[in-house]
Design a protein around this ligand. Structure first.
Ligand code: NAD
Length: 260
């Protein structure tokens, strides 16, 4: 197996990030796992990855809501795996409320984790990618980076911003073998959407399957949630040889949500 580049995936202890880590490790990439999990949970995950995929693996639970936390994550990654040639900015949080009642604390937190962390981590890792004349940055944005929904002021602002950042990084590094792209998922089956399904089921006294179909069908003509593994495989594709001319793109994976 050829030597694969180490990959840092933020928020990879759960959901989409964990699926991305699985796809990358299966293809032989050393993976830096990261997320707000305990050291014990991190060690368990690393053991699983080493046993299943026989790749090098590290773990950090740095809180990337601050610039210092991002620097810590980069230091932990370099210590575990060396300099990563691939960065996947996936960690994200949500809070819903009308803009006219949106608490400053939630605004700052969402902007810090969903947008600023992607900037600080890219800034730290781009010099190494530029020196190597090769690199991949994949930012997990959302349909909410392309269109809006009510009660998601901070989330939509951050995800739209992340697409702008992606384009600038793509342009500035186009002559250095580095690509930067955004993926824009609609509904993905992760722990993040379960509470929304359960509350529809409760409110309308319908079963979970009917509630899931209703939540997803309200926005997606193709009323099927995307599997996290599908996002993992798309990230792997974007890091591969045949995607070398895809850069600055925002790729919807959304069952037709943004085609309307
Ligand atoms: P999730 O809640 O399952 O996972 C989020 C990950 O981010 C976890 O590993 C968590 O520990 C980490 N994280 C959160 N705050 C952090 C912090 N301050 N410091 C370090 N790590 C932190 O969520 P998910 O559904 O897998 O979402 C992953 C990404 O995909 C997010 O950016 C989300 O906005 C985006 N997304 C999700 C959906 C969906 O339907 N689930 C749709 C579109 C986009």
């Amino acid at each position: 197996r050829e030597q694969q580049q180490p990959v840092l995936i933020t928020g990879s202890t759960s959901g989409i990030g964990l699926a991305i880590a699985n796809s990358m490790a299966r293809a032989g990439h050393p993976v830096m796992l990261h997320g707000l999990a305990s050291v014990e949970q991190g060690e368990d995950l690393q053991r699983q990855f080493r046993a299943e995929y026989r790749v090098d693996c590290g773990f950090s639970n740095a809180d990337i809501a601050s610039e210092a936390g991002c620097a810590q994550l980069v230091a932990d990654t370099r210590e575990a795996l060396g300099n990563p040639g691939i960065l996947v900015n996936n960690a994200g949080v949500q809070h819903t409320a009308d803009a006219h009642g949106f608490a400053a604390e939630h605004w700052h937190n969402i902007l810090a984790i969903n947008l600023s962390a992607a900037f600080f981590l890219s800034r730290e890792l781009l010099p190494g990618m530029r020196a190597a004349n090769w690199g991949r940055i994949v930012n997990i944005s959302s349909v909410h980076g392309l269109v809006a929904s009510q009660q998601k002021a901070a989330y939509c602002a951050a995800k739209h911003g992340l697409i702008g950042l992606t384009k600038v990084v793509a342009l500035e590094n186009a002559d250095r073998g580095i690509t930067a792209n955004a993926i824009c998922p609609g509904w993905v089956e992760t722990p993040l959407i379960q509470p929304q399904i359960e509350s529809i089921a409760r409110e309308q006294s319908i079963d979970i399957e009917a509630a899931r179909a209703q939540l997803i069908g309200a926005k997606q003509p193709l009323a099927q949630a995307t599997k996290p593994e599908a996002i993992g495989e798309l990230v792997l594709y974007l890091c591969g040889e045949f995607a070398s001319t895809i850069t600055g793109a925002s790729l919807p994976v959304d069952g037709g949500w943004t085609a309307q």
